[in-house]
Design a binder for this molecule. Sequence first.
Ligand code: ZN
Length: 365
Amino acid sequence: MNNCFILLAAGKGKRFNSKEKKQFFIYKNKPLFMHSINKAKKSKLFKKIVLVTNKQLKISNVDIVKGGKERSDSSFNGLKFIANKKIKNVFIHDAARPNFSIKLLKKLKKNLYNNKAVVPYINTHNSTKYAYQNKVINLKRERVYLTQTPQCFDFKTLYNLSKKNKNSVTDECALFLNNNKKIKFIKGEDSNIKITKKIDLYKNKIKTFYGIGFDIHRLVKKKRLYLGGIRIPFHSGLKGHSDGDVIIHCIIDALLGALRKKDIGSLYPSNKNKFKNIRSPKMLKPIIINIESNNYYINNLDINLICERPKVSKYRNKIINSLSRLMNINKDIINIKGKTVEKLGLIGKENAIACEAIVSISKYE
Ligand code: ZN
């Protein structure tokens, strides 16, 4: 698996009309360039992933290389960086195209067995003309190739061409063409659009779902109290098959509700011994993985903790920090309110703690 993925994210984005460069804009809930990094990682095709950028960044298992003046300079910087790293095949991709599929990566790689360069293209649906000298001529649109990235190459061939190249080229495919080298063209993807203008960022439809959760546990002596994944000093703890963490149970139910996947009892039946004394963060984790792998993201989470004591105000920040870590979400989108019950009933007499939560999740289509 001596493949390398080079992601070019050093462009100026002249057509983007913004102070922040487009590759760092938030698109579908993460910086534009991260979509490509995540897909490259997920494909498991690459020994090395290189990000060419002028921004100071640190990303696990990704090498950062400084960009150049033009796209071709940045690409060359990336190639130079891997020159002594025994790479056989190199994929070059523009960060402005976040919507390619892993299937396309695999198709490119498959075609590289018998070729030195594989490039995806699409046809245009527009009638196409070409201005040449003083004339405008008609082109057969099925013969017009709009080339996309990722493109993949035999590393040595591309590196040698890049070393000799003195011109600025808009992609590596042009480099091969300028040197009369053979390229295998394969069908690209219509959805693999290039984000060029700001309006391109907001073309996706969003679907939003809400989920609600409620839970109550009895307080018993000689048990530790866990709320929101942290231990809280108290005279009693919450009784239950697990550690009794009402906040996390509530969140699990709210998330399952939003995902339309039944409830916590169906997922963790209390008659199953393997879940006995299970810590609640462990129960939450697979649901967070499910959310992320299905491209949902959490918009906000609001919690009511219903108890006479402990005082929520004292632990609010700690609980929010813990939930932010466990759920892999920003602290700003979590809220906890404390609610007492005028000393009424089980809760009022500090014999139980209840909790309710509401969550909203979204997905781009
Ligand atoms: Zn519970």
